[in-house]
Design a protein. Structure first.
Length: 338
């Protein structure tokens, strides 16, 4: 067993590792910023608050940011856990020889086995923890975008949102996302002691290797990702509809400007991420073994940037929107009132 040393790995491995460090650091910073207002709102236990003069077009009580933070804070925690586990597993892999499959795997990361590492079981546990945290993160992010945009519209127009139909639909599709994700993860856990790709009789397979070689797990996870795309497209359409409603009924309200930024910054990021989720699915059924090293590395970096960094940017926009919506939390050194 050799020592942990990422500096001797190939440049593409180090580049992806650096992007994972950026993602984990960004998630930690956002988690720190979100913690104070989250626990303040939980302590207050109020989903509505009296309206203050001139801060909304609405006359009645305003929605607080509690609903947003109940999705946002655990989403940030899950993202942070996912990438800390990924970073640790990537470091542990360097303790031995990494034997990669020729074909690209999920998220542009090849399936692999480790020889002479001694950490195979630890790496397996960490990769499965990453997968589980990512499943929860995806559901929570979708819910956060949905509930935040709905409450911003209600504060601006006075129209009660989300409506019953929206509540039922979004609750159902989030449960479907969670259910299929957990089903895929459970199938993967059951299959991870298969000998395919393992480096020894006591080695446990990583999540990426199980996903590449175990058909039932792969199919169920593709179903999960298809529901993720459908849910995020549904939410993005709802955001655009809410912006149109606010633009029509409360044109001079500050909520209109907030939804404008949300509609034209968050929605394109969601669509960009969805495009690369679909591209990722296609790659699972394309033989990339004959691709050049440059093409493989470019594909991996593109998938990493357009998926995980897009998710981080979406979280940042939701956090910024929640701060503006609350108008009373000194996140940046002072309170802000419209």
């Amino acid at each position: 067993m050799s020592r942990l040393d990422i500096t001797h790995e190939r440049a593409s491995y180090q580049a992806v590792f650096a992007l994972d460090v950026i993602t984990a650091a960004g998630a930690l910073i956002f988690l720190g910023l979100a913690s104070k207002p989250t626990f303040q709102r939980i302590k207050q236990r109020r989903f509505t608050a009296p309206n203050s003069k001139n801060n909304s077009a609405r006359d009645g009580p305003l929605k607080t940011t509690l609903g947003t933070y109940l999705f946002l804070w655990p989403a940030l925690l899950c993202l942070f856990i996912a990438y800390v586990c990924r970073l640790v597993s990537d470091l542990l892999k360097t303790a031995g020889t990494i034997n990669y499959d020729d074909d690209l795997g999920w998220n542009g990361r090849r399936a692999y086995s480790t020889a002479d590492s001694g950490y195979a079981s630890n790496i397996s546990a960490l990769t499965f923890t990453t997968a589980l945290a990512t499943i929860f993160f995806t559901v929570l992010l979708n819910g956060g975008v949905w509930i935040h945009s709905s409450h911003v519209q209600e504060n601006g127009t006075g129209i009660s949102t989300p409506r019953t139909k929206s509540r039922i639909w979004n609750s159902a599709i989030m449960l479907a996302m969670l259910g299929t994700g957990l089903a895929a993860w459970g199938l993967g856990i059951h299959a991870r002691d298969v000998s395919t790709g393992s480096s020894g009789p006591h080695a446990l397979l990583s999540w990426s290797t199980v996903l590449q070689h175990h058909r039932a797990t792969r199919i169920m996870y593709i179903v999960h990702e298809a529901i993720v795309v459908a849910a995020s497209l549904s939410v993005s359409i709802e955001v655009l509809r809410e912006y149109a409603t606010t633009n029509r009924n409360a044109r001079d309200s500050p909520e209109r400007k907030d939804l404008l930024r949300f509609a034209f910054a968050v929605v394109p990021l969601i669509w960009l991420r969805d495009i690369f989720i679909l591209y990722d699915v296609v790659l699972l059924y394309v033989d990339t073994a004959g691709w050049s090293a440059t093409a493989v590395d470019a594909t991996t970096l593109l998938l990493v940037v357009c998926r995980q960094l897009a998710n981080l940017a979406i979280l940042g926009m939701v956090l910024w929107g929640a701060w503006r919506m609350s108008r009373s939390v000194a996140l940046f050194g002072r309170s802000y009132y419209a």
